[in-house]
Design a protein around this ligand. Structure first.
Ligand SMILES: [Mg+2]
Length: 212
């Protein structure tokens, strides 16, 4: 990472896959939740995956996709209760805390911007105390648009102004980075290995951080 900190007034940071290991989320959605769903409904794991896959695909990048209440209702499971069962997997990515401290030291305005639901954010705060590093923690649900949509950035600007030309934004999601680029955010970075237990699936056109 070759950042000229003198050019940066605002740092925007994604949570899952950027500061926290995406392993928790992947494990939950790909293993734990399907397993519980299959047991509860007396269906095979294979049938469960066949039911879930098209649902996941059709909603990816929308607010519903990121909404625990939506999935609790759609699948008839208590998503938050299930997340708590595997919450010991919530963890920082390597050196993420050191990087956060550096950001706070160098830049006054450090904000988390997450598509994660506030209920999940609260669980992650409980496990990591990540809230201690931020002036603002913004959940896209509260701005009524996911980061993939331009409205998110306009609403973020309205809640607390920032200069896109002097903003550093780190996120592991390519669609989100493209959206931020379209809005005019200047300093954009992706993450080489969002999930410590698996290789990155989609390449990035943005510079990728190998290590904080
Ligand atoms: Mg992410």
């Amino acid at each position: 990472m070759n950042i000229d900190w003198s050019q940066i007034e605002t740092v925007l940071l994604d949570m899952d896959g950027t500061l926290l290991d995406l392993h928790f989320d992947n494990h939950f959605w790909r293993h734990h939740m399907p397993q519980v769903y299959a047991e509860q409904n007396g269906v095979s794991l294979q049938d469960t995956y066949q039911k879930l896959e098209p649902m996941f695909q059709s909603l990816e990048g929308t607010l519903d996709w990121y909404c625990v209440d939506y999935w609790s209702q759609a699948l008839g499971v208590d998503v938050m209760a299930l997340k708590r069962e595997v919450a010991d997997r919530i963890a920082y990515r390597p050196n993420a805390e050191a990087f956060l401290k550096r950001c706070v030291d160098q830049v006054g305005d450090v904000r988390m911007v997450t598509n994660g639901h506030r209920k999940v954010l609260n669980l992650k705060i409980e496990r990591t105390q990540i809230d201690q590093y931020f002036n603002h923690m913004v959940c896209s649900h509260e701005l009524e648009h996911p980061k993939e949509e331009q409205e998110f950035w306009h609403h973020l600007q309205q809640t607390s102004p920032f200069d896109p030309k002097k903003t550093l934004f780190v996120d592991d999601n390519e669609a989100v980075l493209n959206s931020a680029a379209e809005y005019g955010i200047q300093h954009l970075y992706s993450i080489a290995k969002p999930d410590s237990k698996r290789e990155r699936e989609i390449p990035s056109q943005f510079p990728m951080i190998e290590s904080f």
